[in-house]
Design a binder for this molecule. Sequence first.
Ligand code: PRP
Length: 178
Amino acid sequence: MADLPTLIGETDIQQRVGELADEINEAYADTDLLVLVGVLKGSFMFLSDLAKRLRVPHRVEFIAVSSYGDRESEEHTGAVRLIMDVRHDLAGADVLIVEDIVDTGHTIVYLKELLQARHPKSLRLCTLLHKPDRTEADVEIEYLGFTIPDVWVVGFGLDYAERHRTLPYVAELPPDQR
Ligand code: PRP
């Protein structure tokens, strides 16, 4: 399999992850309980690398959601459903959602509403990537890795039909490979 064109290389990702960890370490220096909520599957690599660099005490939870229908189709409504919930109570915790990408923004709007109802002390978002040209919802991103153009990206957690997810860099998937 030929290498895909790199959009963000491994070194650049790791440097940015380190910078984000520094910001988070500073922001949550006095936290009693920081809970990282990784959104499956896409966030698993980013969360892993980020968490290794955190010096503040933290716990890791995972949540899984899915959007109804084919996200590229006309009928795609943006509706999101819960596939797997977190295991522990989030009341009173500083909750940081960890995402690989904010695309339309519907997933994060759904998750923020869902998790806000659990009465966390604070609720913020850390995402590796943001594609603002496609974002339809009003999304506040407290910790952002990279803003990217409207191209199909894979790698570092992101897939195309479950392929390319474990590449250590973010690549652009050319139209003839979809
Ligand atoms: C991706 C990504 C985000 C969501 C963002 O997940 O991981 O969770 O889409 O899209 P949105 O901003 O348009 O809502 P996907 O549904 O592809 O599932 P996966 O992470 O399991 O691959």
